[in-house]
Design a protein around this ligand. Structure first.
Ligand code: C5P
Length: 321
């Protein structure tokens, strides 16, 4: 099994271990091209079939050895930093602790997160921080985990964290942690419109259950046509196939999201959809030029939550020089 850190990186990390005690890694935001939500399981999760797609908006995490006995300390700057918990409920702190525990180390580490991914936005920002922390601490401590082992630890932290480690475009099953690569590559350009008021993922799943009532829910699935559209590398084929079973629940909790989707439609997006559990909405566009025009227009309508252009697929968690 290939190790997660390349030999060249590892040499430089080993050198850094001696010379300095700080390592930086980054991980991408994700959107779901398809999010098919099946029945509620006995463990409180829903059975999913989802197609994850990483985009080139990344959080950066720097880890630094702290004094003996200092434990894990956290600091956060950047987009929505005020909304990020600084205690051990933070996924990045939990990532450092789980890696330390499983490798017999003491987690005396300072973690600094630089956020560009909106918080509680349905873009897996917390999962990205956890994935980047796993990769950074692995290099800082020289624990040399394989990618497979890192992915297993990631799955213990949250359903989306394994994908944040891998990146690209992948199908997730189970609660989202059981990943298969999509054997198709399409470069996609998106307009991402965050919403300053986050939505809690469990609340959106609970609303989905409430709206479903007693209805019998089929097993989740992904239409093979989605993979064909990616193979054809044609956003016009993909647009009508984007789907999200949590969208109705997100709109039920935030009715204004329906207006945003209609607005994007009117501005010439190929398709618009709520990302994950929301409230971020994402719009598939024809190309970079169209995306830029649309993000400027959205900025005029909603100056308080500026939209941005993003491209996918993007690589998963990785060390930064
Ligand atoms: O795995 P993670 O901690 O990210 O999940 C957060 C919450 O989202 C879960 O506690 C659960 O309420 C909901 N969830 C779910 N089904 C999934 C994934 C998440 O119901 N497959």
């Amino acid at each position: 099994m290939p190790s997660f850190v390349s030999r060249r990186q590892r040499r430089s990390c080993d050198q850094r271990k001696v010379e300095r005690v700080s390592v930086t890694a980054s991980a991408p935001a994700k959107i779901n091209l398809v999010l098919s939500v099946g029945p509620l399981r006995e463990d409180g999760y829903h059975e999913l079939a989802t197609m994850f797609h990483a985009i080139d908006r990344r959080d950066t995490v720097t880890v630094e050895s702290g004094p003996s006995g200092s434990g894990v300390t956290l600091s956060v700057e950047g987009e929505g930093a005020d909304g990020v918990p600084l205690d051990d409920t933070n996924l990045a702190a939990r990532a450092a602790m789980i890696l330390a525990q499983r490798t017999g180390r003491v987690a005396d580490v300072r973690i600094h997160i630089n956020k560009t991914i909106p918080v509680a936005g349905g873009l897996a920002g917390g999962s990205a921080d956890a994935a980047a922390t796993l990769v950074a601490c692995d290099a800082l401590w020289g624990t040399r985990m394989t990618r497979t082992r890192l992915t297993e630890l990631a799955a213990e932290l949250g359903s989306d964290v394994p994908f944040s480690v891998h990146g690209g475009t992948m199908i997730g099953r189970g609660r989202g942690e059981d990943l298969t690569p999509v054997l198709a590559h399409a470069e996609l350009t998106w307009v991402i419109w965050p919403n300053s008021l986050g939505l809690s993922t469990p609340t959106v799943y609970a609303e989905c259950d409430r709206l479903r009532g007693d209805r019998l829910i089929p097993s989740p699935s992904i239409d093979e046509a989605v993979v064909s559209a990616l193979r054809a590398d044609d956003p016009r084929l993909l647009g009508p196939l984007l789907s999200n079973d949590l969208q109705e629940a997100a709109i039920s909790l935030r009715p204004e999201l329906a207006d945003v989707l209609a607005e994007g439609d009117g501005m010439g997006a190929i398709a618009g959809i709520v990302s994950g559990s929301g409230p971020t909405t994402v719009f598939l566009t024809e190309n970079e030029a169209e995306a830029k025009i649309m993000s400027v227009k959205l900025g005029i309508f909603y100056p308080d939550s500026p939209a941005f252009v993003a491209r996918g697929p993007a690589p998963g968690a990785r060390l930064e020089d």
